[in-house]
Ligand binder design. Structure first.
Ligand SMILES: Cc1cc2nc3c(=O)[nH]c(=O)nc-3n(C[C@H](O)[C@H](O)[C@H](O)COP(=O)(O)OP(=O)(O)OC[C@H]3O[C@@H](n4cnc5c(N)ncnc54)[C@H](O)[C@@H]3O)c2cc1C
Length: 300
């Protein structure tokens, strides 16, 4: 008897430039880029890979610096692929990893729930938000998570409760080679206040204080305990400082913007320079919030 292994049916491409898939608009190529049709299809794809092949997950690419030499192995592109979002009961939302998180804010508001408004201004996917514990204006992703569905590198599904994770400021303990494919969020009913007005106010506040019209990855550094990275960088005289076409934003010192044709290497050098200067002037070691991925080198 022959048992047929199911064949994946998503889209597999080779040598795909990643700059167009990152908010900084920089980065080299993915050796392989896979866009799964759904969770099951992603299982088949993972099961087909040699065990030593590197796997990297990419959401909206709004918190990553992909180096100019690109990424070896398979990059799994989640955005818009694992795209289901639905109400399970009056306060539970099922969200797949490729869903744009702004959709959560919208759905929760429509359903009369409160607490998901902060998602409105955070560009990214559910998978990225889970990985980074994305948050803003007092709200945090993991404050709403009930349980998650993960896939491991062997393509096996695993359900984990939120209590199985150690969650901190922009950090979550995730086992190596496990990836988020979906989650269940619990968002309480709105008993007071107007969520749509709150969303409008939060977006207006961002537009006022952040360079939202230029390619960036949001805050580059985590805020050290009791202080703000932006304050330390500004006090070190670095606002507007530029390496190549990468610049410390004039509007918000914790943002690095691509003023035109920056390379990933310009941005990485500027990150290192800012860290060095802040250490020298304030004796504080800034830690990056953005994830640096891939190989150094020239853009192919
Ligand atoms: C203008 C601007 C404003 C921003 N403001 C905020 C803010 O207020 N608060 C905030 O927290 N962040 C902010 N960010 C950063 C960013 O939007 C968030 O971190 C967002 O959650 C990242 O989601 P993403 O889908 O883009 O993740 P990506 O950048 O694609 O990935 C981030 C990391 O998560 C991993 N990853 C992604 N999906 C998965 C998955 N399914 N399973 C396992 N690993 C995965 C990636 O490998 C990578 O290491 C801002 C960014 C920009 C550009």
């Amino acid at each position: 008897m022959t048992i047929n292994t199911p064949i994946y049916q998503g889209s597999l491409s080779y040598e795909v430039p990643l700059a167009r898939h990152t908010s900084w608009r920089v980065g080299g190529v993915a050796e392989k880029l896979y866009k799964p049709n759904d969770i099951e299809d992603l299982q088949y794809y993972l099961q087909s890979l040699p065990s030593d092949e590197a796997v990297t997950i990419l959401g909206l690419g709004s918190n990553v610096l992909i180096r100019d030499g690109g990424i070896r192995g398979s990059v799994i592109y989640m955005r818009g692929c694992l795209n289901k979002i639905e109400m399970i009961d009056a306060s539970t939302i099922y969200v797949e990893a490729g869903v744009n998180t702004a959709r959560i804010a919208k759905l929760a508001t429509e359903k009369g729930l409160a607490g998901g408004e902060f998602f409105a201004g955070i560009p990214g996917t559910m998978g990225g938000a889970l990985t980074m514990n994305a948050g803003a204006f007092g709200g945090e992703t993991w404050g709403l998570v009930d349980k998650v569905i993960m896939l491991n590198k062997q393509g096996e599904l695993i359900e984990r409760k939120a209590s199985e994770f150690t969650v901190g400021y922009r950090s979550v303990s995730v086992n190596a080679d496990e990836y988020f494919v979906a989650c269940y969020l619990k968002i309480p009913a709105n008993i007071e206040g107007d969520s749509s007005q709150k969303i409008k106010d939060l977006l207006a506040k961002r537009a006022l204080t952040q360079p939202t019209n230029m390619p960036s990855a949001g805050s580059v550094f985590k805020n050290p305990k009791g202080d703000y990275a932006a304050r330390l960088i500004e006090a070190a005289g670095l606002k507007g400082y530029q390496i190549g076409a990468a610049q410390v934003s004039e509007k918000h010192a914790n943002f690095i913007v691509n003023t035109g044709k920056a390379k990933a290497d310009d941005i990485e050098q500027l990150i290192n320079y800012v860290q060095q200067q802040v250490l020298q002037k304030h004796n504080i070691q800034l830690e990056t919030e953005v994830r640096i991925l891939g190989e150094q080198g020239e853009v192919a």
